[in-house]
Design a protein around this ligand. Structure first.
Ligand code: ATP
Ligand code: MG
Length: 398
């Protein structure tokens, strides 16, 4: 068993010794059977939250109304969730009632897809009442029970299905796929934040091209912020040969650029953090300059390395070109200065030298100096700059 499981086995044993059942459940069991790396292990138990709290000395109530207690042991921190059923999904999203139960199988039944509805005990024995292993073997994503019913209970499951297509490259089982199309409009009931979590995983997955096609075919894309009129742009992105090389940040930039959207409108609709939106905004401007004029020293200087790399990767993807990132790095390394702070002259120097009071001319002159240094007209040397200013003062016009 992977170390992640090994480390948590003492917790399972402790719960068992207290007379309850405990299992690994959900994504960790799925990923283990797939041979994929495990992110975190979720533990499910027949013990009720208060019972878990009496077994472990250090706990935190992180979602006790849903049955989840955080257990803090020397092995690490683990979310332990009581077996439960859910009912009364009147709003197509969250259950009105959760009921704690003692049966593993009933807990597995409330889960979304067969591959996510398996459990494993401390001995490594797998419990798989819905034949998740059979579906994994066939590379199929299939809801537990009737897809129409399961998607009506919680419409986010549709987007989760697409997300798993993107991560695993599996197909949606036929009935599941049909229900996805038939019920796609229910996704409108889901909070943006939940959609964003799944969509970010979708745009980052190895099989994102496949997932994008499904978003279009199922018409699910119409329920996603800013994408409703954009089937052509989405399809085009799906078919870009290099699209798999991009990370999530770069994918957001690609989406924004492909639709020629304003990042501060489009990305805001997704409720991305304002810092992230600002970055993509800058990168979109840099991208359009890079398209027009290539990487001038000034553009590279003003971009900074991180933005330049993001932009170049997206540029390569859009044009299916292969401008090597290494040569961009070399170009950046060769810049005489990489930051305004490196200038060997300050605004105060300028004012002292000229005897003039401060004003917009200071900034303009500094920019002129910066440009001359970048273009290697002068070196970044205090006296050289002073002499250069005296002979061909760029702020004369002020
Ligand atoms: P990841 O590896 O990305 O974390 P995951 O399958 O573990 O994938 P989580 O969101 O962490 O996904 O959820 C853990 C488990 O909870 C799932 O495997 C599934 O069994 C169940 N689950 C999560 N969301 C839903 C949902 N909307 N409806 C039903 N079951 C769900
Ligand atoms: Mg998980």
């Amino acid at each position: 068993l992977p170390k992640m499981f090994q480390d948590a086995i003492p917790l399972l044993k402790k719960i068992e010794q207290a007379g309850y059942q405990a299992f690994f459940v959900g994504g960790s069991v799925r990923d283990y059977l797939l041979g994929r790396q495990i992110n975190d292990v979720d533990i499910a138990t027949s013990a009720f939250p208060e019972e878990i709290k009496s077994i472990f000395p250090r706990t935190a109530d992180i979602g006790i109304e849903h049955g989840t207690v955080l257990v803090i042991e020397k092995e690490g921190e683990y979310e332990i969730t009581t077996f439960r059923t859910e009912s009364g999904y009147d709003d197509f999203r969250r259950p009105d009632r959760v009921e704690f139960i003692r049966s593993l199988e009933d807990d597995l039944m409330r889960r979304d897809f067969t591959m996510n509805s398996m459990a494993m005990d401390a001995e490594g024995v797998i419990y798989d009442p819905f034949d998740g292993r059979g579906d994994i073997k066939q590379k199929l994503i299939r809801t537990v029970g009737e897809p129409a019913e399961r998607f009506s209970e919680d419409a986010l499951r549709m987007l989760r299905g697409v997300r798993f297509v993107s991560q695993l490259g599996f197909e949606l089982e036929a009935g599941t796929r049909e229900a996805l199309t038939a019920y796609s409009n229910l996704l409108s009931h889901i909070a943006i934040e939940r959609k964003t979590i799944e969509f970010e995983k979708t745009i980052s997955g190895h099989y994102r091209d496949k997932a994008f096609e499904i978003l279009i075919q199922s018409t699910l894309y119409k329920q996603l912020p800013g994408l409703s009129g954009e089937s052509e742009a989405i399809r085009k992105i799906a078919r870009l040969p290099l699209v798999k090389r991009l990370n999530a940040d770069q994918m957001w930039l690609l989406l924004t650029a492909s639709m020629d959207a304003d990042p501060s409108v489009f990305l805001k609709m997704w409720r991305l953090p304002s810092k992230v939106i600002k970055e993509r905004n800058k990168e979109k401007d840099i991208l359009s300059r890079r398209m027009k004029e290539g990487w001038t020293r000034e553009l590279l200087f003003h971009s900074g390395l991180e933005r330049a790399v993001n932009v170049e990767k997206v540029y390569n993807c859009i044009l299916s070109s292969n401008s090597p990132i290494e040569s961009l790095l070399e170009k950046y390394e060769a810049l005489p200065i990489k930051d305004r702070k490196e200038l060997n002259v300050t605004g105060n120097d300028l004012m002292n030298w000229s005897g003039k009071a401060g004003g917009p001319w200071v900034k303009e002159t500094l920019e002129g100096i910066e440009k001359a240094i970048l273009n290697e007209e002068i070196t970044n040397d205090h006296d050289t700059i002073r002499r250069w200013l005296e002979t061909c003062n760029p702020s004369e016009k002020n």
